[in-house]
Design a protein around this ligand. Structure first.
Ligand code: VL7
Length: 135
């Protein structure tokens, strides 16, 4: 069941923004600036129509879409790659699949208590985890 994500949301904490930016091939200088930012999200939700503003002191990004309708996304000021994006409700999670050059790209938003959560995802070939047991 869709939930209400509308409002103005301030960043509390984030993890591995650096890894996300590296996977998007964001250059060193931009990463150094971007990782210091505390972006604010402003979400306008009217039925199936959304406008999501990601605002910061460095750059702003706006995306407008209707749930269930594929649209062209330019990611201007993020990595500038063009995608075919589709946002759907996965139960109460607003989920976007961004088809384009980068594999498994997308994001999902949901509410927990009074907090808005966001996971930004991207296929990243450089992650490598080893767990060694019983040596
Ligand atoms: C988009 C920030 C860093 C690249 C520039 C810094 C720009 C602010 O996709 C996003 O949100 C979705 C879901 O709410 C709706 O568009 C977030 C910003 C990603 C991660 C990436 C650094 C380059 C900072 C625009």
């Amino acid at each position: 069941m869709p939930s209400d994500l509308s409002g103005t949301w301030n960043l509390l904490r984030s993890d591995n923004v650096e890894g996300y930016m590296r996977a998007l091939d964001i250059d060193f200088a931009t990463r150094k600036i971007a990782k210091m930012l505390k972006p604010q999200k402003v979400i306008e939700q009217n039925g199936d129509s959304f406008t999501i503003y990601t605002n910061s002191t460095f750059r702003n990004y706006v995306v407008k879409f209707k749930v269930g309708e594929e649209f062209d996304e330019d990611n201007k000021g993020v990595d500038n790659r063009k995608c075919k994006s589709l946002v759907t409700w996965d139960n109460d999670r607003l989920t976007c699949v961004q088809k384009g050059e980068k594999k498994d790209r997308g994001w999902t938003h949901w509410i927990e208590g009074d907090q808005l959560h966001l996971v930004l995802a991207l296929f990243c070939s450089s992650i490598f985890l080893i767990e060694i047991v019983d040596l």
